[in-house]
Design a protein around this ligand. Structure first.
Ligand code: NAD
Length: 260
């Protein structure tokens, strides 16, 4: 039987990049991905692509920082499928500035998407998971959940914070068979990263090639980018766990950048 046979997996930010790959991979293994994204047209396009290849998928419009939209997306999913088994809280953005110049509005915006989004989507899914006595929650962290880089004050703060959130949920969720873990990728060439390359080159006064080689991939063991497929492998690994043995954990997927 397929590993995720009819498991309903909400993936936020799944219209693009890493989230889209995760949604595709759940579907390829028998699951039903719910594509929850700010960009409904792109979410619908992803859902249609998945349906044409693998069966079912559902697109919902959701700004993860808006409690009412989160509640509605979760309620619509439960109305359609009767449950939510898996949540991958993945929606995220990047904004880079030197600390001393970081606009407060950008600090708040970034923290809201990464942290308020993780909190609100988890809270909305949890009541259904608790009732079903089953849930797998995976937060999209980063090597920046463990490590810092220049220019990324709110991103590093938010990604470290997700580890704390997962640990609390691991403790509270255990009696309901709900696990919580964090996947921590290195750099993956998604739109989020393509945008950063010229920005960092400008901020650091170096070429784009130097940003890739000397900033993004400098600490890897082999100078390689992580791929969306690599990240999806780790997410599906946590999502498939059959008991509480792996909970409250964080797994770095980064070609060796940051070793624990
Ligand atoms: P991406 O830009 O390709 O995709 C992000 C998606 O999130 C987009 O579809 C966007 O519409 C959606 N989104 C943004 N704000 C939203 C909101 N408020 N509500 C709902 N959806 C929203 O980015 P990606 O690289 O695939 O990043 C996905 C996650 O992976 C992020 O949390 C990011 O921090 C994390 N991550 C990325 C990398 C990398 O190198 N790309 C590395 C480590 C961690």
């Amino acid at each position: 039987m397929a590993r995720f046979n009819k498991r309903v997996a909400m993936v936020t930010g799944a219209a693009s990049g890493i989230g889209k790959e995760i949604a595709l991979r759940f579907a390829a293994e028998g699951g039903i991905p719910v594509i929850a994204d700010l960009n409904l047209d792109a979410a619908q396009a992803t859902a249609n692509e998945i349906k044409s290849k693998h069966g079912d998928a559902f697109a919902v419009s959701m700004d993860v920082t808006d409690e009412a939209q989160v509640e509605k997306g979760v309620a619509d999913t439960v109305a359609k499928y009767g449950k939510i088994d898996i949540l991958v809280s993945n929606a995220g953005i990047q904004i880079v500035h030197p600390f001393v110049d970081f606009p407060y509005s950008d600090w708040k915006k970034l923290l809201a998407i990464h942290l308020d989004g993780a909190f609100l989507t988890t809270k909305a899914c949890l009541k259904h998971m608790y009732a079903a006595k089953y849930g797998r929650v995976i937060y999209m962290g980063s090597v920046h959940s463990k490590e810092a880089s220049k220019l990324k004050a709110p991103y590093v703060t938010a990604k470290h914070g997700l580890i704390g959130l997962a640990k609390v949920l691991a403790k509270e969720g255990a009696e309901y068979n709900v696990t919580a873990n964090v996947v921590c990728p290195g750099f993956v060439r998604t739109p989020l990263v393509e945008k950063q390359i010229p920005e960092q080159a400008q901020q650091l006064g170096i070429t784009e090639e130097q940003v890739i080689k000397n900033v993004m991939l400098k600490e890897t063991v082999d100078g390689e980018f992580t791929t969306t497929d690599d990240v999806a492998d780790a997410v599906l690994f946590f999502a498939a766990a059959t008991n509480n043995v792996m909970t409250g954990q964080s797994l770095v997927v980064s070609h060796g950048w940051f070793m624990q």
